[in-house]
Design a protein around this ligand. Structure first.
Ligand code: PLP
Length: 377
């Protein structure tokens, strides 16, 4: 065991506490704690401006936002989704009584493979729920085409995709709805939090009703809504956090670049292809540990732990391997070979603002030291 200070896969971006106090004083002064208060309204506007989207509905967390997004579009029956994600993606379907239909991922992007979607469509299919895994955009054009051809809705789980752009516009504008997470581990956090991005005012209004028990006014309830409202403390923190987000992104970009440089020559360690610099958010730094490396993924994972480096195996196990999913026909390993392989090879290395390049070098040195085949010539 190392006596070095632990390095976790991420560390939340925390503004100066002094800078948060005026926000708290304002809340204490006006005594509005929740229910769409002033900070909630300001954060919705600030996020629309920053992200380049039309409407946003803030939530308590990303999971409730996913569950509500499905309700908002009245999705039922079967939804095509990816097994290579955080469990909340598929759980949101089960919470709505919807059957997840798992399709395999593309081995290069690790996002849902659009070529597999059509074969998974049945008369019960109503929507597709892809994930922009690690904040890397899905093949949104092909997915849109299939959805249009078959009259399906598309709800993106965009929990990783804060600030990501695709072909000059926010990737959050793709599909019918996109869902963000502002969990503490995400690049933009409100301690806990989430949001639905939607294209029109009418849908926003429906979602705003749904996240507030279905209330339209004091005496009118139009739907069996839930309590998904973001509190004023979380919204205020988000406003402050937004001020530091561009600087944080630049630091992440530098770390991403350093990893790529240092790991490039190690046989059997593959970085995912770099996205466009300006469009990416560098929220994760995934590597695939392949056979040529000589040391297994799990052995490397443990060797890093022994040195107090807490990398994570996102996403292992596959969602489809958890007990509530594994008996479903589409959860069969034979249906998901690429996802299975990725889940056995993946390690996400630490990346966060404040991780300095010397620490990145030290992590890379461990990876290099355990390469059995050594460096490529
Ligand atoms: C892909 C994905 N979907 C959904 C969620 C759920 O978001 P939350 O933790 O805000 O409920 C997360 C992360 O936590 C996630 O990584």
């Amino acid at each position: 065991m190392s006596d070095k200070k632990p390095i976790y896969v991420t560390q939340p971006l925390m503004p100066d506490l002094q800078d948060f106090l005026p926000y708290l004083e304002e809340i204490w002064e006006n005594k509005i704690l929740t229910n769409g208060g002033p900070f909630h309204q300001q954060l919705e506007q600030a996020l629309c401006d920053y992200l380049g989207v039309k409407h946003i509905c803030l939530f308590t967390n990303g999971t409730l936002a996913l569950i509500t997004a499905l309700q908002a579009l009245r999705i039922t029956g079967e939804v095509i989704t990816t097994p290579y994600s955080f469990v909340a993606t598929a759980h949101s379907l089960l919470w709505n009584g919807i059957k997840p239909i798992f399709v395999d991922i593309d081995p290069l992007s690790l996002n849902m493979d659009p070529a597999r979607i059509e074969a998974a469509i049945t008369p019960h299919t109503t929507a597709i729920m892809p994930v922009h895994c690690y904040g890397r955009p899905c093949d949104v054009e092909r997915i849109e085409k299939i959805a249009d051809n078959y009259g399906l809705k598309v709800i993106y789980d965009a929990a990783h995709a804060f600030g990501v752009r695709h072909k000059g516009s926010s990737v959050l504008n793709c599909g019918d709805l996109s869902v963000l997470s502002f969990h503490a581990t995400k690049i933009f956090n409100t301690f806990e939090g989430g949001a639905i991005v939607c294209p029109d005012a009418k849908t926003k209004q429906r979602i705003d009703h749904l996240k507030n028990f279905g209330f339209v006014d004091e005496v009118t309830v139009v739907a069996p809504g839930i309590n998904g409202k973001m509190s004023e403390i979380n919204a205020a923190f988000g406003l402050l956090q937004l001020k530091g987000i561009d600087a944080a992104r630049l630091q992440r970009r530098a770390i991403d670049g350093r990893y790529r440089e240092r790991l490039a020559a190690i046989a059997g360690i593959d970085c995912l292809p770099a996205g466009e610099e300006e469009s990416a958010n560098h929220s994760y730094f995934p590597i695939l540990v392949k056979e040529a490396y000589g040391t297994s993924r799990d052995a490397l994972f443990q060797l890093l732990r022994d040195e107090n480096i807490y990398a994570r195996r996102y996403f292992y196990p596959l969602i489809s391997d958890f007990p509530m999913y594994r008996s479903m026909p589409t959860a069969a390993h034979s249906n998901l070979p690429n996802a299975l392989q990725a889940s056995r090879q993946i390690i996400c290395l630490p990346i966060y603002p404040g991780l300095d390049l010397d620490q990145v070098d030290a992590i890379c040195a461990i990876v290099e030291r355990h390469a059995q085949a050594g460096l490529t010539p």
